[in-house]
Ligand binder design. Structure first.
Ligand code: BG6
Length: 513
């Protein structure tokens, strides 16, 4: 991870993303280079890194995909996704310089010949740019082809480091597997070809500044951690709400749904960071050792608890910002009777000393009232109210992951006047106010970490499998039963009613979306 300002007094530091020590020169081979993820997220992230001197001046990027095109067309296509207008980095000459590092390779993911040619092309680029043999393979293809790419890289001798001083690494996008069995199979395939230290399983939520700040907040301050347990916390709520629908991703989403797409990955990552013990050190092994313990402590679902503690939903037609939007089943590419869930709410229990008896309520969905990702820690009530006739909302600590990144602590304060009336107020920290400027894109942070060989913010084989282990019984139960009457929430709402019952039946309620 890059260094961050340690004192608010130093902020704003527009240059804080510059890399003081240049990264190793390397060739980045991007599989799936003509796809949406590569163009919308990865190429702009690499441009951002180049702009901030985090890519060595001689780096090379080789886009690999099935679409037939030449370097020029690839560069032109990439250029369309770089910042425009008065955004930072919109400088035409800088963009032109960046695009000259981009090359294209037309190949088939399962064709050994393509990889022989790829090996040759990499030799050329290596010599041209004096890259020292360092290689980063980025799998941004549809997940169905991951195994082919891995196998072919192995067969072509591309998975091993070129020499004793060089490195070869692979970033694998989520979803990593479709369920526990396929994730184990994929891990086994990957680990036949690469060593675990070469493998970077990416979950872009871990690259978000506000998600990393959760660790700083908990383990860099003395006052919160003593309260962070069953003695003081009533429950935890984690929400990842999106206002967007499925957009153009029906082909993927129809076989994924919110449970695989969001809960198994992003939301369980947030859960691990909220729940974990302090790592011995801030390094990949120590942090990941602690994160997996939380996943292992979550009480597994069984065929009874699934129906009590997990709610699924699918959006119907509704409005978003006053504009009529179609229901999920009317989206292009979605089956008219689709049973895919676009919303999940669930209750988890963590069976360990810190969290025994503290429910974690998680929810995520598309086409909800507004985009909002937050972690809310609800504390227990004051044990005795000395102010007669007054009732005070228990304290809440809310970590806003996005948008409006920040942290708020709510508490009761005396309202002005001669009576002892108590009103809820908040103490707010806002990232933008404190540090100015925007935060670095999650993908830029993570690619930079990978080039530096820091896997702290990436997933390990065991934790991916543990996360699947938690959602597998839910997916199985759903598969073996008929879906609830979908759609069960209108687009632009707060999700299905049944989700409210999860909390209300336990005397709690969701925070508004
Ligand atoms: C992706 C999911 O991993 O995360 C998408 O596949 C989702 O469905 C996206 O929209 C959300 O990411 P962010 O960074 O916009 O919250």
């Amino acid at each position: 991870m890059s260094t961050r300002p340690t004192e608010v007094a130093e902020a704003p530091r527009a240059d804080s993303y510059y890399c003081e020590i240049p990264n190793d020169p390397c060739a980045i081979v991007m599989f799936g280079a003509s796809g949406d993820l590569a163009r919308r997220k990865l190429l702009p992230a690499l441009y951002d890194l180049a702009l901030h001197s985090c890519l060595a001046p001689r780096f090379k990027l080789l886009g690999f995909a099935r679409t037939d095109m030449n370097d020029d067309a690839f560069q032109r296509g990439a250029g369309e996704f770089l910042p425009k207008g008065d955004k930072a980095g919109a400088d035409a000459s800088k963009q032109k310089e960046f695009l000259q590092h981009l090359h294209y390779f037309h190949g088939n993911y399962d064709d050994p010949e393509s990889y022989k040619k790829l090996a040759k092309r990499l030799e050329e680029l290596d010599a041209e740019g004096q890259l020292g043999g360092n290689r980063l393979f980025y799998l941004a293809t549809p997940p169905e082809v991951y195994e082919h790419v891995i196998e072919q890289l192995g067969r072509a001798g591309l998975a091993k480091s070129k020499n004793a001083d060089s490195w070869t690494r692979v970033i694998i996008e989520k979803p990593f597997g479709h369920d526990g069995a396929s994730a184990r199979e994929l891990n086994a395939k990957v680990l036949e070809v690469f060593a675990e230290q070469q493998v970077y399983r990416i979950d872009h939520y871990l690259g978000k500044e506000t998600v990393q700040n959760l660790l700083v907040f908990r383990f860099g301050n003395g006052i919160f951690e003593p309260l962070w347990n069953r003695n003081f916390i009533d429950h935890v709520q984690i929400t990842a709400a999106e206002a967007l629908g499925v957009e153009r991703r029906a082909a993927f989403y129809e076989s994924a749904g919110a449970m695989r797409d969001m809960i198994q990955s992003h939301v369980l990552q947030l859960t691990s960071l909220v729940g974990m013990e302090a790592p011995a050190r801030f390094d990949a092994t120590s942090v990941r050792n602690e994160k997996i313990k939380i996943l292992q402590s979550i009480r597994p679902f069984n065929s009874e608890t699934v129906w009590k503690s997990v709610i699924r939903g699918q959006y119907g037609p509704g409005t978003e910002n006053g504009v009529a939007v179609p229901g999920y089943r009317q989206e292009p590419g979605v089956k008219p009777q689709s049973a895919t869930e676009t919303f999940v709410a669930l209750k988890l229990l963590v069976d360990n000393w810190r969290w025994s008896g503290v429910p974690f309520y998680l929810r995520s969905g598309k086409r909800l009232a507004r985009p909002m990702t937050e972690i809310a820690i609800r504390f227990k009530k004051a044990p005795h109210m000395v102010f007669q006739g007054e009732s005070v909302e228990p304290n809440s600590l809310v970590l806003n992951i996005q948008p409006d990144e920040g942290i708020s602590l709510s508490f009761g304060a005396k309202s002005p006047g001669s009576h002892m009336h108590i009103s809820p107020v908040t103490m707010d920290f806002r990232y933008k106010q404190a540090f100015g400027g925007g935060s670095r894109e999650a993908y830029a942070t993570l690619i930079n970490d990978c080039i530096r060989g820091d896997a702290t913010l990436f997933d390990r084989a065991d934790s991916v499998e543990a996360a699947w282990g938690l959602v597998d019984p839910i997916l199985e139960a759903w598969q073996n039963a008929s879906a609830p009457p979908f759609p069960n929430y209108p687009a632009g709402s707060e999700g299905p009613r049944a989700a409210d019952d999860l909390t209300v039946s336990e005397g709690r309620r969701w925070r508004p979306i």
